[in-house]
Design a protein around this ligand. Sequence first.
Ligand SMILES: [Zn+2]
Length: 322
Amino acid sequence: MQKIERLELTTNFPIGPVYSYVVFGEKLTLIDAGLKNEEGWNQLNSGLHRLGISISDIEQIVLTHHHNDHTGMVDWILERNPSLSIFAHKDTEMILKDEYYLEWSSEFFEKLFIEFGLTREMAAQWAYRKGHRDYFEIATVDGVLKEGDYVPGLPSFQVIETPGHSQDHISLYCADEQLFLCGDHIIKGVHGGIFLDAPVHGTERAKPLLQYLDSLEKCRGLPAKLTYSGHGPIIENLDEAIDGHINNIENRAQRVINTLKKAKDSATGFEIIQDMYKGRYEKAVITFVFEIVSVLDLLLERNIVAAQKHNGVYQYRLVNGF
Ligand SMILES: [Zn+2]
């Protein structure tokens, strides 16, 4: 019997708390490590204490993806327990701490934001924020996990690569007991969001929403009695949660189509955001850029929308008939 316990850790994000999981397997494993903040650290320690264990008992950490609400306290845990091992997707470490990649990431986003219609000032400001990371400084990934691998120390858990939410996202499935640990891939009732990462290989970026839809379909029908997400409630009906995400994506796509219908001829990505999220987008421009970039990828792929570059900025318009 796999015993899994959920630890609720605070974040300052609109999505609310993030969940880490303790799996009492062959090795005592922590799945994800919260956002770096004092309150979360106290919650982590008291949560472990309630389970009769402490930081020093943890033998390994598995990271579902690189986002800072999942990797934030890895350094603090390692400082107290330097002997534990960290497992993650092969690209997680590069995304988090490779200097060259971080530099390239800033340049990549600055260019993407300009092409999307942001002013040069906004593009520079937000690209810097995206590229700037101040966590995962001492940690390194000790073991890489890829599709089909069984997790060392958790031999009944198999890795399913689930890119889309991030490029390095993995989920873990335990067939013996029909348990699914899915990180931020599937979150009940909440659109977890699609985040862009600068290309990890080559210079062409991935189309995360297309990947995400594939990753959702990959998990459809998975016999899972319980699905444990990084946010939101424990899921008892996985396919229903998957359908919820797909409906949400189709609704968003329709809203972008409606916005483009109102536009005289064509619109930049930023104009679409300004129209759709007036009064809401200003504080978190990047979130909305990622969302609309990814929806436009989908509409371009479906030949509903066409794009043309004018003076370095993409103009999007509906293809005739839509
Ligand atoms: Zn995430």
